[in-house]
Design a protein around this ligand. Structure first.
Ligand code: AMP
Ligand code: MG
Length: 341
């Protein structure tokens, strides 16, 4: 019995010592640009410098494979294979397969074959224009994720079909970052992939990480915060990329695959919280397309994730499971919080 208490006390002491040691440690902090956004990593632990480097390397490697604009990427080559089979790398095949499953789950709001329409609006070249509806209708004929054939790593697209992983790539990179942290024994890290933020474990003092949600009115600040541990919060906002047409209307980079038009509904931004980066990222785009009522219905019917939706008329919709973890920023007290589902 005495021996048992001795072992127990020693274990407890060791746990306290390890936690204090982690708190005393300085994190490794790395910032870099990838996937058309600014990324930052904060990682605690003895080998944090090496882990940060490994996460950055993996993210850059994923970008090189998944960019639709880089001529050497898997996606570019698949998009220009003239409807012939093309062999993808393992990671690209994996993200395409998982994304196709998510497109199916999202019931027509998410379609990773949307690239030709995104290009036509000028969101890739940044030479923005409002296309003729007849042109959009023609391009929509080859927008159909259900027609993508993926056999192991071999992909075959329809003629004129082109993939766009812009809605999911950051989430996939977040999942790979989490995987590396876990493999290396990291128990405390915050990985920010530009609006898709992975909280690995907790802060060194065992409290939750605080993740800010960008204020669409002022992207340098936040309208609210989420307390998170072991979860990924991904935000889609119309403010990220948009232009004002000659007609004075604002056109955003999130496209409704049914119409080929930039989404113009009651949503200002959608944040999805789930343990999977890919799911959070995919659904942040998909629920944006659905609008507030559609998003609420979808969450109620499917579950497995939570959301914070900011409407254009200054209402915040937060699912009940995370309502205690969400707080408004000091300067956003005029926003009205609605706890839903
Ligand atoms: P996100 O910022 O994660 O919402 O992703 C938006 C990006 O995904 C856009 O810049 C497009 O490249 C692409 N995209 C836009 N609309 C859709 C859609 N409905 N389904 C799939 N990808 C989309
Ligand atoms: Mg997304």
């Amino acid at each position: 019995m005495k021996k048992f208490w001795w072992i127990l006390s020693a274990t407890a002491l060791c746990a306290v010592f390890c936690s204090c040691a982690l708190q005393a440690q300085k994190p490794s902090e790395v910032s870099f640009e990838a996937m058309d956004t600014f990324m930052s990593l904060k990682i605690y632990g003895e080998n944090s410098e090496d882990v940060a480097k490994a996460v950055q390397n993996k993210t850059e490697q994923l970008e090189a494979m998944m960019s639709a604009e880089d001529e050497n990427s898997d996606i570019f080559k698949a998009n220009h294979a003239d409807a012939q089979p093309f062999e993808l790398s393992e990671d690209t095949a994996d993200i395409v397969q998982k994304s196709l499953d998510l497109c199916k789950e999202a019931e027509g709001s998410l379609d990773i074959t949307i690239y030709p329409v995104v290009c036509e609006w000028g969101f890739i070249s940044k030479s923005y224009k409002i296309p003729r509806q007849s042109k959009i209708d023609e391009l929509l004929k080859s927008v159909d994720y259900k027609s993508v054939k993926l056999d192991g790593k071999k992909i075959t697209l329809l003629p004129d079909m082109q993939l766009d992983l812009g809605a999911v790539a950051k989430g996939y990179a977040a999942d790979k970052g989490i995987e590396i942290c876990k493999e290396e024994g990291v128990s405390s890290a915050l990985l920010n992939f530009g609006g898709t933020v992975a909280a690995v474990g907790t802060k060194p003092d065992a409290s939750s990480w605080k993740i800010g949600i960008a204020d669409p009115e002022n992207r340098a600040s936040y309208f609210g915060y989420l307390s998170c541990k072991d979860t990924v919060a991904a935000t889609s906002g119309g403010y990220e990329r948009c232009f004002t047409g000659e007609d004075g209307k604002t056109y955003i980079h999130i496209i409704d695959p049914q119409t080929g038009q930039p989404v113009d509904n009651d949503i200002s931004s959608v944040t999805i919280v789930s343990p999977s980066g890919l799911k959070s990222d995919a659904l942040s785009t998909a629920l944006f397309v659905m609008g507030i009522d559609g998003a609420r219905e979808y969450q109620k019917a499917n579950g497995g994730f939570d959301f914070v939706i900011l409407s254009k008329d200054n209402e915040v919709y937060v699912t009940s499971t995370i309502s205690q973890s969400f707080t408004l920023a000091e300067g956003s007290k005029d926003l009205k919080i609605n706890i839903v589902n």
